[in-house]
Design a protein around this ligand. Sequence first.
Ligand code: SF4
Length: 293
Amino acid sequence: MDLEYSYPLYRPPSEANSLIFQVTLGCSFNQCSYCDMYRTKTYSERPWEEIQMEIDITSKLYPDTKRIFLADGDAINLSTERLVEILEYINKKFPSLERISSYAMPKNLLQKTSAELKTLRTAGLKMLYVGIESGSDKVLKKITKGATYKTIVESCKKAKESNYVLSCMIILGLGGKKYTYEHIEETAKIISEVSPDYIGALNLHLDDSLYNEFMTKFKEPFEFLDDLQILNEIELLISKINPSSPIIFRANHASNVYSIKGTLPQDKVNILELISQLKKHPDMLKPKILRRF
Ligand code: SF4
């Protein structure tokens, strides 16, 4: 028997080979204007009996599982007691397990005490994916992120202090042409301050279903960036990130104009050189038709 998922189902690209348990459905916030992942779902928490049954069945089918991702949008919104119950049961049933991870919003992390986060870390939750999107408070407000520079830094630092592996996402082009400089300058600043283990930079992509809502919430005309302007954003971002610990940087999502990756700060010069070459040879960029989502 395979798991019967409630679709749509999402997980980060780096969890492509992970076993997924949907311990919650939907997103407890569900209001970011650029995201329609869970718009068709009302947030709910799956009953323990169902989760337990799925763990029992899959542990027999895939006993050598090494990675597990807890879905949907913010599994960490569950009570600490319920999460510990799930984590401990998973660890008991999958003896080869190396990592359990989930998405987390700043508000989820701030709602838990440091002691609770440490308890969850000890119980086996190892990696958290946090959408920063932008460091600019103006842009964060316009995309109705429900977070600010301050709450993002506080929440990410809290997670790092509790020894989580932190993978953060940002979105290129999110401020449009008008706020491009502010968006990138503040995003480089917040990345440097948080210094997560990983940064994934995606390109803004709006499905037709979200277009009107995004534009309305932005509250002023929004102009998308072209490929060259996106490269300028990556260039400025890379040049301004000065982390306190190494960050693995990736802009290699399907939405990106070119696959760019490296470790910051050590690969800064090489990445900037690559971007300079791409700006001179735009024919090297990925054709728009291949930028699928
Ligand atoms: S918190 Fe995450 S999943 Fe929820 S609406 Fe915002 S981006 Fe989407």
